[in-house]
Design a binder for this molecule. Structure first.
Ligand code: SF4
Length: 432
């Protein structure tokens, strides 16, 4: 199977009031050492993979955060040099950078494009200035218009915009205005997330004290359903609970440059690897990986991450791996790894159901399940599936009936019914 690589960049200009990601404001002085540490981790893990004969071709790379657009092009130049020296990168690889619209310029985006990035994901969240202030974002709507215009001029033909709904005091009218502004910019991809109140964030604390008037769940559900219908009517296909991608075979209300009309579908190939339980490695502070039977996680703190990698630089690399299993060495057990867990077959089956059912079009293929585990999905989860079919939350669909079947046709797939998209967690819980 081809491999995917994720890189975590844990720096932000300011910590937004709702955010609980592993990211830090005011630590930008660490960035040069952090970029060096990333290169070192790439070198160690890449070499370990080649020694084990498991150095598969890399088909997607994703720089997420935090705010990856805080790293300068010279940092990415070094990281890409390390990647090309220690991994086999497919010439067709999807290479994504998450960017905060308030941190980019035309020159910056041109440099990234020249380095090989071919997809940008902008954290837009809202087009309403008041909502952006409430979320404590550093950008305003005009930064988004500029960022998208510059991205197109720099040659990016694959853009995602992230939006959040269910904000404090948000009405359906305000939300629909945000979605309409986003569509007017003709991105290839849209991710719509419901605001969640995370423990330990300012939003979490304010809500606990009754200071944050959030829309009720029914209003948030209405926003989700409205957006789904609106986007389908504008040529976007929903392929995951929170993700829509441009389908170029549908008529478009906006001009499509000829260079992108030939591409049928713009689903994020990197994120598909997570939902399809395909292998990926994580680099950087707090990054996770999934390779073979293993789940691995790196140390959270950027400073500890840098220290661990700089120490590893002074040791022969064989000692770095002494901790690993004698039977099978998890290849991502880099010096930054603080947690690795071998999943049992039962846990892997549960993961395949929980993640695969997020894919609203393709769901979980019975044939792939049997091919991977040597048992039928109905033999393992028969009772759960029967109950969910009876409740109208799951349905069987023939692969050949999918409009854009991503895999060869000829099998049955289990997927969420449209009404179950709002009840996804209830469905996933049945499998664990
Ligand atoms: S920019 Fe993104 S990662 Fe950074 S604090 Fe805000 S929400 Fe979190």
């Amino acid at each position: 199977m081809p491999l995917s690589l994720y890189f975590h960049i844990p720096f932000c200009v300011h910590r937004c009031a709702y955010c609980d990601f592993n990211t830090y404001a005011g630590r930008e002085a660490l960035i040069p050492a952090y970029a060096e540490a990333l290169c070192r981790e790439i070198e160690i893990v890449g070499d370990a993979l080649s020694q084990q004969g498991t150095g598969e071709e890399v088909h997607t790379l994703f720089f997420g955060g935090g705010t990856p657009s805080l790293l300068a092009p010279r940092h990415y130049e070094k990281i890409f040099a390390a990647l090309r020296a220690h991994f086999q990168i497919s010439p067709e690889a999807e290479i994504t950078l998450e960017a905060n619209p308030g941190t980019v310029s035309l020159d910056y985006l041109r440099n990234l494009r020249a380095l090989g990035f071919n997809r940008l994901s902008f954290g837009v969240q809202s087009f309403h200035p008041e909502e952006l202030r409430q979320l404590e974002r550093i950008h305003d709507p005009f930064d988004v218009f500029d960022a998208v215009r510059w991205a197109r001029r720099a040659g990016f033909d694959n853009l995602n915009l992230d939006l959040i709904y269910g904000l404090p005091e948000q009405s359906l009218d305000r939300w629909s205005a945000t979605v309409k502004w986003a569509v007017s910019l003709a991105p290839e991809h849209l991710s719509l997330y419901a605001l969640t109140l995370e423990h330990g964030t300012p939003f979490g604390r304010w809500a606990q004290r009754g200071l944050l008037p959030l829309p009720d769940p029914d209003a948030a559900a209405e926003m989700y359903e409205w957006a789904g219908e609106f986007l389908e009517g504008r040529g976007y296909l929903q392929y995951e609970i929170s993700n829509w991608a441009r389908d170029n075979r549908l008529p478009s209300p906006v001009y499509r440059p000829p260079s992108i009309v030939h591409r049928p579908f713009f689903a994020c190939r990197h994120n598909l690897t997570y939902w399809r339980c395909e292998p990926y490695l994580g680099f950087g502070a707090g990054a996770h990986g999934h390779f073979g039977d293993f789940r691995v996680a790196n140390v959270l703190s950027p400073k500890s991450y840098i220290d661990r990698l700089s120490l590893a630089g002074h040791r022969p690399s064989s000692t770095v791996y002494r901790l690993s299993s004698t039977v099978y060495r998890p290849p991502s057990l880099s010096p930054a790894c603080v947690n690795h867990q071998r999943l049992t077959p039962r846990q892997q089956m549960q993961e395949m159901m929980m993640l695969g059912l997020r894919l609203t079009r393709e769901g979980v293929s019975a044939r792939e399940f049997a091919g991977r585990f040597g048992v039928q999905v109905t033999d393992v989860f028969g009772r759960e599936i029967e109950e969910l079919l009876r409740l109208g939350l799951l349905e069987w669909v023939e692969e050949s009936n999918l409009p854009q079947a991503p895999k060869p046709a000829g099998g049955s797939r289990l997927r969420l019914t449209p009404r179950a998209r709002l009840l996804g967690n209830q469905v996933f819980m049945r499998f664990v």
